[in-house]
Design a protein around this ligand. Structure first.
Ligand SMILES: C[S@@+](CC[C@H](N)C(=O)[O-])C[C@H]1O[C@@H](n2cnc3c(N)ncnc32)[C@H](O)[C@@H]1O
Length: 218
């Protein structure tokens, strides 16, 4: 199934999926700790570089987990780094290592940051996990500044998700294929800036051109 035709979940299924993820990831904290697989640190640097973070900017890492991206983001000297995740256990672990990040527990669709307050938003190894995509991308669109960048990525490539699907206790969507990126993200006011789809690296960079009006995710 392509990402353009994800199975739509009702509210009860969204809540159940999020609860399962919270429990699952809370028990997996140490899987995300370094040392990372060979090549991954360099590819994570490439992912963060693709956002072209400006000094003094505000960055939001959605589904941050244990904060694998946080020190790489910090290297660009942003003013604020927000780290959002469903799992408070993950965020507590993150906070011990990176006390300068502001942690935001909960679903990204419910974040209450001000309108047009985010310069750069990362979704690293997290797009397939977002249970309520219309609600989440509607809220992300509201929070992004015009000209801000959203980076959807995976440092092991998009087909890594096929391996995870075999064991996952909750549903996972595919990463968007190039042909469907416009259909998926234009309704939220995003344009495609760059698309990398290699066997071991997936990066989709989107630019917020205007505040999205539609909450309709195909
Ligand atoms: C595979 S982990 C990736 C963690 C981290 N980004 C990394 O690259 O190591 C996915 C994370 O996304 C979080 N997550 C899933 N859905 C979310 C949502 N709707 N809002 C916020 N976080 C979410 C999960 O709790 C989990 O920690």
């Amino acid at each position: 199934m392509s990402a353009g035709n994800p199975k739509k979940l009702n509210e009860q299924q969204i809540q159940r999926t999020n609860e399962r993820q919270r429990d699952f990831f809370s028990q997996l904290i140490h899987v995300f700790d370094p040392p990372l697989p060979e090549g991954v640190p360099a590819r994570l640097q490439e992912i963060v570089a693709s956002a072209r973070i400006g000094k003094g900017s505000t960055v939001l890492d959605v589904g941050t987990g244990t904060g694998i991206l946080i020190p790489l983001i910090q290297a660009y000297k942003p003013e604020i780094i927000y780290a959002c995740d469903l799992s408070e256990t993950m965020l507590a672990h993150l906070k011990k290592q990176y006390p300068y990040a502001a942690t935001l527990p909960g679903d990204v669709r419910d974040l209450q940051l001000p309108n047009q307050s985010i310069d750069v938003l990362f979704l690293n190894a997290c797009y397939p996990n977002i249970a309520d995509k219309p609600g989440s991308f509607g809220n992300i669109s509201r929070m992004m500044k015009q000209g801000g960048r959203m980076v959807i990525s995976h440092p092991m490539g998009k087909s890594f998700i096929d391996l995870l699907k075999e064991k996952s206790p909750f549903p996972l969507d595919n990463f968007p294929e190039k042909f469907e990126t416009r259909t998926l993200f234009e309704p939220y006011g995003f344009e495609i800036e760059a698309f990398t789809d290699k066997p071991d690296l997936y990066i989709l960079v989107l630019v917020a051109t205007k505040q999205g009006r539609s909450r309709a995710y195909p």
